[in-house]
Design a protein around this ligand. Structure first.
Ligand code: SRM
Ligand code: SF4
Length: 556
């Protein structure tokens, strides 16, 4: 979509005149104010930094005519969620030194720090840089952290898949040096204005964020159909081994914008490993040109695909690629859905242990589990690899067989429950951060997840369904950060105290959930689902998952 200067929105103007993401950030970091200007807020997002305020005290401070409690959230890029022990230890230290003492694992295998004050931003960036990590590109209108199924790294055996998330992250990261100038090395005036960007970004970058995920061929823990670009390994009869490439998924919606919707991606083509970068670059260039830069709520690529039609979008990609695209392979009839929890055997006398992290919040709880300390001790004791899963959990991988007991003992001694002790809803439940940090939250999410889990497990237990699994995903608004739109039960904040309840998605992520009830008070969510659980108990097949059951019988 071409826009002239008159039509240009404020955000597009800020991007264009930012001198490749520099703006006035360096100056504003040095002033005595606790916050930054709106212009810097917009550019800071590209640096993985969100300006927030503590919403728990917002009202009281406003009434008392005091300034807000300004804080920053920093998101760290961790391709495929994979980290060395040194990297984990650096994150652990940062969480005490400059953040709120927690490490928040995200649904895209990244890490977030909350509660950082402005003076903490540069020390944090330097600490990350020392361990070859950065927050740059974790947010903003660029390709975000590339997600991949952890088993592609450890169990699939194809060397072209191991490391693919890191490789794609690098290939699509903006090239401007702004982040290192401002946050790490100090200002290097000489390079100002000389940086050029990748052609598919230009000086205004993309209309909005862009998400890529790589699934395991048989298993969809990454929700590959919810991505702007999804990649699924496969074998083509003529082209050989490669990747099926899907386009146009995305889950965010907005109550105030009825033309927004969740959409699952369409298979577009099959690419070999040699072709994948150029085809993704052509998809991104198509989005750069055709995406809506006048309305950020409708700027994601899924709307381009939906509005111009899949065939037209595909032709536009071919024009930018300069050749025809191969037809895609059919997707697997259905994906499996491994939660990666518990022990799994790897090759070469190694194993890995997946550990549940409620709402992804790694912390030491007073009088309760001390997961953060346990993971620190493990990282200090043996050269394991950590993976964050797209379910906000952590995998301790490449554990020598002889050390399995040591790992388990450290966790158990710190009160961490292993997978066989988890409840059937607790095991896979996800929740977004919502209050008090998220500026967009309409209702609580992460903080009330344990209550909701207990309530649903109670409802199942009362009905002889206590051994069945049920996938719950909760968010504080319809942006859908914990992907409730594809969950068996999605509980989505509607007002301060009510939620919309969706049902009928599934762990395989290949179906959108349907709105079941609107504006349900938090305490009534379990009760409202009761009649559906009654039917599942009496009419459901012995191994029929809840989402499949609801899809089969429908909602009257
Ligand atoms: Fe998200 C915005 C948290 C995954 C859709 N998301 C936000 C912000 C930055 C709020 C804001 O704009 O001010 C949240 C930060 C709150 C805080 O205090 O930490 C936030 N999103 C998260 C995380 C941390 C949720 C989590 O529980 O882990 C996830 C971080 C991912 C990462 O590491 O990069 C996260 N967000 C997602 C996903 C799921 C996914 O990508 O697999 C989605 C739905 C998929 C999609 O993109 O369609 C998602 N987040 C959104 C949207 C809606 C975008 C849209 O299409 O309209 C917003 C709002 C926006 O961008 O304006 C949003
Ligand atoms: Fe915030 Fe909404 Fe995302 Fe939750 S779903 S983190 S409330 S933007």
């Amino acid at each position: 979509m071409t826009i002239d200067a008159k039509q240009e929105t404020e955000v597009e103007g800020i991007k264009r005149t930012s001198d490749y993401l520099r703006g006035n950030i360096a100056l504003e970091l040095d002033n005595a104010l606790p916050n930054v200007t709106n212009e810097s807020e917009q550019i800071l997002k590209f640096h993985g930094i969100y300006a927030q305020d503590n919403r728990d005290v917002r009202r009281a401070r406003t009434l008392a005519k005091e300034s807000l409690d300004y804080i920053f959230m920093i998101r760290v890029v961790i391709p495929g969620g994979q980290m060395t022990t040194d990297q984990w230890l650096a994150l652990d230290q940062v969480s005490s030194n400059v953040a709120d003492g927690t490490i928040r694992l995200t649904t895209r295998q990244a890490v977030q720090f909350h509660g950082v004050v402005k003076e903490g931003l540069r020390p944090l960036a330097r600490a990350l840089d020392r361990e070859l990590m950065a927050s740059f590109g974790a947010c903003g209108d660029v390709v975000r952290n590339v997600v991949s199924c952890p088993s592609l790294e450890t169990a699939h055996g194809d060397p072209r898949l191991a490391g693919i998330a890191a490789r794609l992250s690098q290939a699509f990261r903006p090239t401007t040096e702004a982040h290192w100038e401002i946050f790490v090395n100090g200002e290097k005036a000489a390079s100002r204005g000389t940086a050029v960007e990748r052609p598919f970004y230009g000086d205004t970058y993309l209309p909005r964020k862009f998400k890529i995920a790589v699934a395991h061929p048989d298993e969809n823990c990454v929700d590959v159909l919810a991505q702007d670009v999804g990649l699924v390994p496969g074998e083509h009869p003529e082209a050989g081994i490669g990747l099926n490439l899907l386009v146009g998924g995305g889950l965010g919606r907005s109550y105030a914008h009825p033309t927004t919707f969740a959409r699952l991606a369409d298979p577009m083509t099959f690419v070999t490993y040699d072709e994948v970068d150029e085809v993704i670059a052509a998809v991104i260039a198509t989005y750069r040109d055709l995406g809506d830069r006048t309305d950020r709520k409708r700027a994601r690529m899924k709307y381009v695909v939906a509005d111009c039609g899949y065939e037209t979008f595909r032709k536009e990609v071919e024009i930018r690629l300069g050749r025809e695209l191969r037809a895609p392979l059919e997707l697997p009839a259905h994906f499996d859905a491994d939660d990666h929890l518990g022990w799994h055997d790897l090759a070469n006398g190694m194993g890995q242990l997946g550990v549940r992290v409620s709402a992804g919040r790694v912390r030491d709880t007073e009088g309760g589990p001390r997961l953060r300390t346990a993971l620190r001790i493990i990282a200090q004791s043996m050269p394991v690899t950590f993976f964050i899963t797209p379910q906000q959990d952590i995998i301790i991988s490449r554990v020598p067989d002889a050390q399995r007991d040591v790992v388990e003992t450290i966790l158990v001694d710190h009160g961490v429950r292993l997978s066989d002790e988890l409840g059937v809803v607790e095991r896979t439940a996800l929740a977004c951060p919502a209050l008090p940090t998220c500026s967009q939250a309409l209702a609580e999410s992460e903080r009330r997840l344990p209550e909701l889990v207990d309530s649903l497990e109670g409802e199942l237990g009362r009905r002889k369904l206590g051994r069945k699994s049920l996938q719950l995903r909760m968010t504080g608004c319809p942006n859908g950060c914990a992907r409730p739109a594809v969950a068996e039960v999605g509980v989505v904040g509607r007002t301060k105290s009510t939620y919309d309840v969706y049902v009928g998605g599934g762990p395989r992520g290949d179906r959108l959930a349907t709105l079941y009830r609107e504006k349900v008070p938090f305490d009534e969510v379990g009760v409202v689902l009761g009649p559906l659980f009654d039917r599942w108990e009496s009419e459901g097949g012995p191994d029929e998952p809840f989402g499949d059951f609801i899809t089969r019988v429908g909602l009257e």
